[in-house]
Design a protein around this ligand. Structure first.
Ligand code: SF4
Ligand code: SF4
Length: 310
């Protein structure tokens, strides 16, 4: 395996206080090995660049159709992309005077990403912060990270990885010497739920978590609270017992954030809103149920790893 010099990311969020300790720079990597029905960043799933369309911003000038090299924007439908033809070149986004078309994703070199991260080093130093790798699934770009993370190490910048664990262990194993903390998501009670709701392999995810727990990098397990999907008492108990069986004694509960649903109409996606509401969720009740199994649960103020730019 050789490292690669560039990554595809879709955002860099500075001054983040929700993605680990202190003040952090969160880098959102594009591409994921799963496709969770409730994904907070649906624009992260595809590995390559893609277009997003804000129909309400379009002023109908037709300039996008003039520059499109593939004919994906017909003259009689300005601002409407035929996804079957679009190759995500981004020319229309560059031309649009109303910012109705946005190219999601960009290629960045390791040196440029390092410069972006080091711009906030003084904030890391005073707050105990650092860089958070988020996504998407950052480990999908492990060939890039194997070249990039040593650069952060040389600069003594702390690195936290947010991951869902659905990949061969060798992908993350190579990164461990350069990580200071891992946030690891465990989402659902059974393999069938995992497969149908996320496309992920529960057994693989669990095996990887168990292996990471035996290592030296601290691992914080997190569970997104999904009302009606993983909140029934028997589901909570099953998740708790599973985690307890591999030596997990504490975890974080992530509050459900429906913000992602507003992104869907802007993307080429088959995803549908889940219409979940956490209004009736008793987080204390869930935490108490986990505590009875021997797991102390905390819940942060909002869902980390959420990119707000789209
Ligand atoms: S991204 Fe490129 S191919 Fe796609 S609609 Fe815009 S100009 Fe055409
Ligand atoms: S260039 Fe922008 S504002 Fe003009 S028609 Fe295309 S999307 Fe609409």
């Amino acid at each position: 395996m050789t490292s690669v010099d560039t990554a595809t990311i879709f955002d860099i969020q500075r001054f983040s206080i929700h993605d680990g300790p202190g003040i952090r720079t969160t880098v959102f990597f594009k591409g994921c090995t799963m496709n969770c029905r409730w994904c907070q960043n649906p624009e992260s799933i595809r590995p390559g660049k893609e277009m997003a369309v804000y129909v309400d911003r379009c002023i109908g000038c037709g300039m996008c159709g003039h520059v499109c090299p593939t004919g994906a924007i017909p003259a009689d439908r300005p601002g409407r992309i035929d996804w079957r033809i679009c190759d995500s070149c981004g020319l229309c986004a560059e031309t649009c005077p109303a910012e109705a078309l946005v190219l999601v994703g960009r290629t960045i070199t390791a040196d440029d990403l390092l410069d972006d991260c080091l711009a906030d080093r003084s904030f890391y130093n005073v707050s105990g912060g650092g860089v958070t790798l988020s996504g998407g699934e950052p480990v999908m770009q492990s060939d890039f990270l194997r070249g990039f993370l040593p650069l952060l190490r040389e600069e003594h910048v702390s690195v936290l990885l947010e991951t869902a664990g659905n990949y061969a262990y060798s992908k993350i194993d190579a990164l461990l010497p350069m990580l200071d903390h891992i946030y690891y998501d465990f989402k659902l009670p059974g393999p069938e739920e995992y497969r149908t709701m996320t496309g992920g392999d529960r057994e693989l995810i669990l095996e990887n978590l168990a292996a990471l727990k035996k290592g030296t990098v601290p691992v914080t397990v997190r569970m997104p609270v999904l009302p009606g999907i993983n909140t029934a008492p028997e589901q909570i108990a099953r998740i708790g017992r599973t985690l307890r069986s591999i030596g997990i004694h504490e975890m974080q509960l992530l509050p459900y954030n429906p913000f992602w649903e507003s992104k869907l109409p802007r993307l080429q996606t088959e995803k549908r809103p889940l219409m979940l509401s956490d209004k009736n969720i008793d987080y204390r009740h869930i935490a108490d149920a986990l505590e009875q199994i021997g797991i102390a649960a905390q819940f942060p103020a909002r869902h980390p790893g959420t990119q707000d730019a789209l």
